[in-house]
Design a protein around this ligand. Structure first.
Ligand SMILES: Cc1cc2nc3c(=O)[nH]c(=O)nc-3n(C[C@H](O)[C@H](O)[C@H](O)COP(=O)(O)OP(=O)(O)OC[C@H]3O[C@@H](n4cnc5c(N)ncnc54)[C@H](O)[C@@H]3O)c2cc1C
Length: 377
């Protein structure tokens, strides 16, 4: 390949890299995105596509989620990305979970959200099992896109309409600005952003080693289409989510719930399970997820973990079918202390990573934060 010159090179075409490409072209820069895979294949297409605001940790993460949700809403129609459903229903089975819902709705983050009684659930959300509910949190803030379609469509739109250059099947071996050595030759760029996701040992491994990262492995599965007229009102979560998602679990009211869950849900907690159910255009349901942390996660996906997840879905929803038609695992990088990292890796090189499994929800705003005031004039 002959040498090509750009203002900004982005390593990684997952959602974090694409979000940086969008922010940089909006700022008028010539951008190249380089990825070693032939097509998107990592965390960014393996997730729920759940663009979550409610439940994100109060402060920076919640604010980034809100801004990113607005950017998704702006970009999705332009890129031909379908928004499959909006909003979230968090069903509370236990009185302690209802107390968390009540505290959340009363908090600053609860603006626009409602606490529904079992009778209101029966009337408004008939697919939820109101007879096993003490309350439900309804949030209008979320969106759901189909990640395996949305991420390629976002990349295609950036290429066709926004002038971003993509180099696929191309591994970045070394960055020594302005030269970027790849398996397809040398690219020249004034600056570079490295967005490697869980693949972080290739470039600047010492940088990440200082951050004490590990990897999180998640089980995901798909239940068969649920039948005509079976349409989820939004994404579904439950008590386990109220005990896990920091926007809920850091509320003082969550202490009692966490104590009860520790006694009653030990098998699920041991596997890091909480419930998310979202629906796809064909009526099938994506159900998850579990969380197993390791430096090198094993590749095995024991059925018992999936059964626990399906059990939570059965308790929350009047399922039309609980037949599993697809299973997969996903991996994301994880930090015990940081939701995301923006690091100066070398002069003119920034490295950006979501380390909390919230990249679909926060990447657009994270990229704006990473590039703001840093892009060369
Ligand atoms: C199962 C699962 C469910 C999830 N659910 C949600 C959800 O519903 N909502 C939400 O907000 N978040 C969710 N997440 C988290 C979200 O998917 C991630 O935070 C996000 O996808 C991370 O994006 P990324 O671009 O950093 O990483 P990736 O998607 O992993 O992309 C990184 C890319 O970098 C490339 N790369 C790395 N090194 C090089 C190199 N040297 N040269 C060239 N290319 C390189 C890789 O090939 C890869 O394509 C979930 C994650 C998983 C795994």
């Amino acid at each position: 390949m002959s040498t090509r010159v750009f203002d900004l090179a982005i390593v990684g075409a997952g959602i974090v890299g694409l979000a940086h490409a969008l922010a940089a072209v909006k700022a008028g820069r010539r951008v190249v995105v380089i990825d070693r895979d032939a097509q998107a294949n990592s965390a960014s297409i393996r997730n729920f596509g759940f663009v979550t605001v409610t439940g994100q940790q109060q402060g920076t993460v919640w604010n980034r989620a809100l801004r990113s949700r607005n950017i998704w809403a702006e970009v999705a129609p332009k890129a031909g990305i379908e928004v499959i459903h909006r909003g979230t229903a968090v069903i509370a089975h236990r009185p302690e979970a209802a107390a968390v819902v009540e505290a959340f709705v009363a908090s600053e983050m609860g603006a626009g959200c409602e606490m529904l009684s079992p009778a209101q659930i029966a009337a408004r959300l008939p697919l939820l099992r109101h007879e096993d509910a003490t309350a439900c949190l309804w949030s209008p803030h979320e969106m759901r896109v189909e990640p395996r379609l949305a991420v390629p469509k976002l990349a295609a739109w950036l290429e066709a309409e926004m002038g971003v250059t993509f180099l696929r099947n191309t591994l970045v071996k070394e960055i020594e600005l302005p030269r970027i050595r790849t398996t397809a030759g040398v690219i020249e760029a004034g600056q570079a952003v490295v967005c490697p996701g869980g693949d972080f040992l290739g470039l600047y491994p010492e940088l990440w080693a200082r951050r004490d990262l590990d990897l999180c492995k998640l089980h995901m599965l798909r239940l068969a289409p649920q039948g005509t007229g079976w349409v989820l009102p939004g994404s579904i979560m439950n008590d386990m989510s109220l005990g896990r998602y920091l926007g809920f679990s850091e509320l003082p009211a969550a202490e009692a719930l966490k104590a009860v869950l520790a006694k009653e849900e030990a098998p699920s907690l041991d596997n890091g399970i909480h419930l998310i159910v979202v629906q796809s255009a064909d009526g099938s349901l994506v159900v998850g997820d579990s969380h197993h942390y390791a430096t090198t996660p094993d590749p095995f996906a024991p059925d018992g973990v999936d059964e626990l997840m399906i059990g939570h879905a059965r308790r929350a929803l009047r399922l039309g079918s609980d037949r599993v038609v697809e299973r997969w695992i996903g991996i994301y990088p994880h930090s015990k202390t940081e939701a995301a990292l923006i690091e100066d890796a070398a002069p003119g090189v920034r490295a950006v990573m979501v380390t909390s499994g919230t990249g679909m929800s926060t990447s657009f705003a994270l990229a704006e934060d990473a590039l703001s005031g840093w892009l060369a004039g």
